[in-house]
Design a protein around this ligand. Structure first.
Ligand code: PLP
Length: 399
């Protein structure tokens, strides 16, 4: 027996691997600061936990509808109306075991061999691999720091072919924090209007983590003409600090939602009944804490961007959202470490940071745009300051 050809096309998630490695080092007593994790460092709000406890007590412990309880679908429908001014019927809503599962279902349900999916780079690590395992072909479009890590309309136009099935649009972005303004979405929408075969997978997972006067918009809202070929995906993982609960959801055309449900009925069945009850509370309860959390992240962003820009050879753009920065490290390539090792790639640099500075970041190579690294600032200000100081010292030691 051997792994299938489909499995051989993909690799294990590099970000989860780094989180695991940091855990191992810490358990072995090494003083390493992990900046690799893709999850908020604070706990799920208490009112959400209480709803889960009530659900257990009330016996909500059985199978539910395959793609979500009526209560959660209704809560998601209202959320899309309230936050995004999007109109969906309940049969246009799907609930899945996390945002990654939503993506998996959508790609598996729609891709045939040879179908292309446009993935702007740098990208969240799962996009290309989920496309590949679903037999599709990722088509990358490089959007570097010089263009704010955002896809330009002319790049989109150039990437589209008759085989293009999806464009994946993630705003605010993992790994860069870049977020598309209404005008930028409009401009991409104008290109998409000329290509009716292209569907849009709008990944809004970080919608509530935006800073300053940036106003979040999603493409189906900005371009109503694209509503019927957009899957608007979101979830409770990041904004509600519920990564472990595994609830993602999406709104889209009924036939697609039904197709994704069919796949789910023969794979995972329903997402955890208790996590669904907790998610109803999350989406319908008081939303005020979302802004407080965003303000907390904003303070950390400002500190991290400023401190990284003081490290020699690092250029760190200032993103509008999420909890990541994606500094460019091109000036460090070719330098030598105090131990005499040459830094040839961003992977070498993050290896040096881990070994010598005891700071764990993720190499840009994992996200498809080098030389750079992703730093997650979903950790305490104290640890972030210490980590940035260590990075400054490590950069100054390079020759
Ligand atoms: N979308 C983006 C852009 C993400 O960064 C993540 C998680 O890292 C997800 C979706 C999936 O989140 P989850 O599967 O944990 O709900």
């Amino acid at each position: 027996m051997q792994p299938s050809a489909a499995l051989n096309r993909i690799k294990p998630s590099p970000t989860l691997a780094i989180t695991q490695r940091v855990g191992e080092l810490q358990r072995a007593g090494v003083d390493v600061i992990g900046l690799g994790a893709g999850e908020p460092d604070f706990d799920t709000p208490d009112f959400i936990k209480q709803a889960a406890i009530r659900a257990i007590r009330d016996g909500q412990t059985k199978y539910t509808n395959v793609d979500g309880t009526p209560e959660l679908k209704e809560a998601v429908r209202l959320k899309f109306k309230r936050d995004n001014d999007l109109d969906y019927r309940v049969d246009q809503i799907t609930v899945n075991a996390g945002g990654k599962h939503t993506l998996f279902n959508a790609m598996m349900a729609t891709l045939d061999a040879g179908d292309e999916v446009i993935v702007p780079a740098p990208y969240w690590v799962s996009y290309p691999d989920v496309v590949l395992v679903a037999n599709g072909t990722p088509v990358f479009a490089a959007a570097g720091a010089d263009q704010g890590y955002k896809l330009r309309p002319e790049q989109l136009e150039a990437a589209i072919t008759p085989r293009t099935k999806w464009l994946i649009l993630n705003s605010p972005s993992n790994p860069t924090g870049a977020a598309y303004s209404e005008d930028e979405l409009q401009a991409l929408g104008e290109v998409l209007e000329r290509h009716p075969q292209v569907w849009i997978y709008a990944d809004d997972m970080y919608e509530h983590i935006v800073f300053g006067d940036f106003e979040f918009r999603t493409i189906a809202q900005v371009c109503p003409s694209l509503h019927d070929r957009t899957l608007t995906a979101n979830g409770v993982s990041k904004a509600y600090a519920m990564t472990g609960w595994r609830i993602g959801f999406a709104g889209g055309p009924a036939w697609l939602i039904k197709a994704m449900g069919k796949l789910q009925s023969q794979s995972t069945s329903n997402p955890c009944s208790i996590a669904q009850a907790a998610s109803v509370a999350a989406l319908t309860g008081d939303q005020a804490f979302l802004k407080d959390n965003a303000a907390l992240f904003e303070g950390r962003r400002d500190m991290v961007v400023s401190m990284l820009n003081q490290a020699s050879g690092i250029r760190c753009p200032r993103p509008d959202g999420a909890f990541y920065v994606y500094p460019d490290i091109s000036e460090l390539i070719g330098k030598a470490t105090p131990g005499g090792k040459r830094i040839a790639t961003d992977e070498d640099f993050v290896g040096y940071l881990l070994d010598d500075a005891r700071v764990a970041a993720v190499q840009g190579e994992a996200f498809g745009l080098s030389p750079a690294m992703r730093i997650s600032y979903a950790t305490s200000e104290e640890l972030l300051r210490e980590a940035c100081e260590r990075i400054q010292t490590a950069c100054a030691a390079l020759r």
